[in-house]
Design a protein around this ligand. Structure first.
Ligand code: PMP
Length: 399
């Protein structure tokens, strides 16, 4: 009998399963609003010009392919810190941040989860917004954490249940990790206002929780600095320790290059040095070192003032296109007599549309429009060619 005879079939990923069904659908007017990928006016994943320029330079001057250091390219880490914490950040000047290049934002989450689990032992607990990106639960559960939910989304207003959130966070045991989406909350698109962040930061500090900020969409709502409000507020709060996992998958349109960053903040330089050593040990035990190419692309763009400006303008273009699609969808639905104004108040690639499971199923069966059964739609997959079709179809299924 095979060693693996007892292995059971694991359930498929619902989002990737949806993409497979979409790809197999022969209908020419099909639209995939399921997967979290930004596509441009032509429905393509963009190749940013700034990235292309670095890529061409790398190809002209081919270098030997050695290993990167365990924690990745030093320039990538330094430039990432500036993007997250802001240039001249007192935290950076004090040497309190240990940063490593990781295999996507997912890798940052996993490395941090393993490390925090080592520190917290049997007491490792994490509170996650309800709802959240499905992988949050998977990563932290697999790393040995006990999971808790905190209230977040209010389906009557399609906005934030801030009172519920504060109440739930206020009841957490000291030492609990609190996972917070910095901006462009996945899956709801519902974010906190700066004044609300200030209250959360205060509560987290008072209660002795460990903030863990996940920032996968920096620059997709209002801009690099505005979208980092939560990180900057924690940095200024006097909280001694917190964690930031971030990703360039979306902001550089480099999904498959797996470019992420883990930053762990300690009380002082010495604590950060110990954290850095533990981050490296954890990476070594998982995958040894990160991949070079994507890291070189990002570092190459961020290191050049000219390319960085080009990237920021391209990022601004993606952001504005998403805002325009949100506005367009709301307007078209209003023309059909349906009030979806909340879609314009939500931010980033996703919206919790409020569509029910049967409505989502009708969209797929009758109109070849694919969305998640939770009602999450990827507004970054809309473009001027499919917007009218999608709006008409939604208007029909909501009746
Ligand atoms: N966090 C959140 C909230 C995300 O939505 C994503 C990407 N879907 C990630 C982290 C991970 O990004 P990456 O693809 O870089 O692993």
């Amino acid at each position: 009998m095979s060693f693996f005879a007892s292995v059971e079939m694991a359930p498929g990923d619902p989002i990737l399963g949806l993409t497979e069904a979409y790809l197999a659908d022969p209908r020419p007017n099909k639209v995939n609003l399921g997967v979290g990928i930004y596509t441009d006016e032509q429905g393509r994943v963009p190749v940013l010009k700034a990235v292309q320029q670095v890529e061409q330079a790398l190809a002209r001057d081919t270098q030997p392919r050695g290993y990167l250091p365990i924690d990745g390219l030093p320039a990538y880490n330094k430039l990432s810190q500036q993007l997250l914490f802001g240039e001249g950040s007192p935290l950076l000047e004090a040497g309190r941040v240990a940063t490593a290049q990781t295999i996507g934002g997912s890798g940052a989450l996993r490395v941090a989860a393993d490390l925090i689990k080592q520190v917290a032992g049997d007491k490792a607990r994490i509170a996650i917004s309800n709802p959240s990106w499905g992988n949050h639960h998977v990563v932290f559960r697999t790393a040995g954490f006990q999971l808790q939910d905190y209230r977040y989304y209010d389906d009557t207003t399609h906005g934030l249940d801030f009172a519920g959130m504060l109440e739930d966070l206020g009841k957490l045991e000291p030492g609990t990790v609190v996972l917070l989406h910095a901006c462009c909350h996945n899956p709801t698109g519902v974010d906190l206002e700066p004044a609300q962040w200030a209250q959360v930061v205060e509560l987290v500090k008072e209660r002795g929780l460990l903030p863990f900020v996940d920032m996968a969409y920096q620059g997709f709502d209002q801009g690099i600095d505005a979208d980092a409000t939560a990180v900057r507020m924690f940095a200024e709060s006097g909280i001694e320790a917190f964690v930031v996992a971030s990703s360039y998958s979306k902001s550089f349109s480099l999904y498959g290059e797996r470019v992420g960053v883990l930053s762990m903040v300690g009380a002082d330089r010495d604590e950060a040095a110990r954290l850095r050593s533990k981050i490296k040990q954890t990476i070594r035990a998982n995958y040894s070192s990160p991949a070079a190419h994507g890291g070189q692309l990002v570092a190459g763009v961020l290191a050049s003032s000219e390319l960085r400006a080009l990237w920021e303008s391209e990022l601004g273009g993606m952001r504005e296109r998403i805002h325009a699609m949100r506005a367009g969808l709301v307007q078209k639905l209003a023309a059909h007599g349906h009030e979806f104004g909340f879609i314009q108040r939500q931010a980033g690639m996703f919206s919790y549309s409020g569509l029910s499971k049967p409505q989502v199923e009708r969209l797929r069966e009758e109109f070849a429009i694919y969305a998640l059964t939770t009602g999450r739609i990827c507004v970054a997959a809309l473009n001027t060619q499919n917007l009218g079709y999608v709006a008409d179809a939604i208007a029909k299924v909501v009746g």
